[in-house]
Ligand binder design. Structure first.
Ligand code: SF4
Length: 331
């Protein structure tokens, strides 16, 4: 969680959408550091700002949205100072995104190889022959036989199309890969295979990966660390190891308990009551207080800061120590 030597550094990044009803504060003051070779799970319910944060890192926020503040540093380069033309050279080459429903993003009228070759040639000065050769290597890397390079997307299953999308994202060997709910819609077996593949590639290529997901248990086992986001704000940043047994923030606790998957002794699931707040008129104080079983009067008045706890994690809760945070662990 330290910034020193980090590949990606976000400092107080805020992104809003300006619509007729008002300003939707989708991401507020997010600070985060991701090291080279680190896999970080960015987790929260739908509508909590995780996709907007991912798109902010890529500077892909379209009107009526805008990054309204903060700094985004990638490998020592200040992305906020880059023009759109300069960002087009940085995207895919330095930072790539596997978007939601990536498998449906493939163009049905072009062969998959052709689509990957075009991605490579759009960003690198290589001959067509070299681009085809690289495409075959990429397909091999994601477990697709090179002879399928001339097949059309409809000739592949959902999981195989997702592998093609991963190959496309890796086409220019990015240092940072963002995967935005990239396994949503796949069956459980294929989902596990695709995540396993991202995990393998991340280790072998020493990429930094941000795995954006609503499913905490799904990303828990393969992530090095977790960033839990609620109502556009980070509420907990912690190592993934041991997290399932000891989430500190009540929202993290809710995410762990609300997914019907068995972790350790947990065999039941309880959903978090209510839903994420309206980000035009978010609640005063702690944004989670209307849904929090542990809320006290102060929670509706003062917004808790994201503070370092004794074990090094960060949590934004007035009563973190009650849940094993500050003061509970000896450093
Ligand atoms: Fe719950 Fe209060 Fe902590 Fe917010 S600050 S998570 S409302 S206990």
């Amino acid at each position: 969680m330290t910034e020193i030597g980090a590949l990606l550094k976000l400092r107080d990044v805020s992104t809003s959408f300006f619509i007729d009803q008002g300003e939707v504060k989708a991401v507020s003051d997010v600070s985060l550091a991701v090291r080279r070779g680190e896999m970080i799970g960015l987790v929260g319910e739908s509508g909590c700002g995780k996709t907007t944060l991912g798109l902010s890192i890529m500077k892909l926020i379209d009107a009526p949205g805008r990054i309204i503040g903060g700094e985004i540093w990638l490998n020592g380069v200040d992305l906020m100072q880059k023009t759109e033309k300069e960002m087009r050279r940085i995207r895919w080459k330095d930072v790539a995104l596997i978007p939601q429903s990536a498998m449906n993003a493939l163009n049905p009228v072009f062969k998959i190889g052709q689509q990957i070759v075009e991605s490579i040639r759009a960003h690198e000065r290589v001959t067509t022959k070299a681009a085809w050769s690289r495409t075959k290597e990429l397909l091999d890397m994601v477990g697709i036989k090179a002879e399928r390079v001339r097949d059309y997307p409809h000739e592949f299953s959902g999981g195989m199309k997702q592998r093609v999308s991963i190959a496309m994202a890796l086409a220019c060997s990015p240092e940072l890969l963002l995967s935005d709910e990239s396994t949503t819609g796949l069956d459980v077996m294929t989902e596990a295979q695709v995540l396993g593949l991202i995990n393998e590639l991340q280790s072998s290529l020493r990429m930094a990966v941000i795995l954006i997901s609503h499913d905490l248990p799904l990303v828990l086992d393969i992530s090095d660390s977790l960033a839990i986001i609620y109502a556009g704000k980070l509420v907990e940043l912690a190592e993934a190891k041991g997290f399932a047994a000891r989430p500190v923030h009540p929202y993290s606790q809710g995410l762990i308990h609300s997914i019907p998957r068995i972790h350790g002794e947990q065999e039941t699931c309880e959903s978090i009551p209510g839903s994420p707040p309206d980000l035009i008129h978010p609640p005063e104080g702690c944004k989670f207080h209307p849904r929090c079983a542990f809320a006290e009067p102060v929670c509706g008045e003062d917004e808790p800061e994201l503070l370092e706890q004794a074990d090094g994690r960060l949590a934004a809760c007035h009563f973190a120590e009650r849940f094993g945070g500050r003061g509970d662990v000896q450093s």
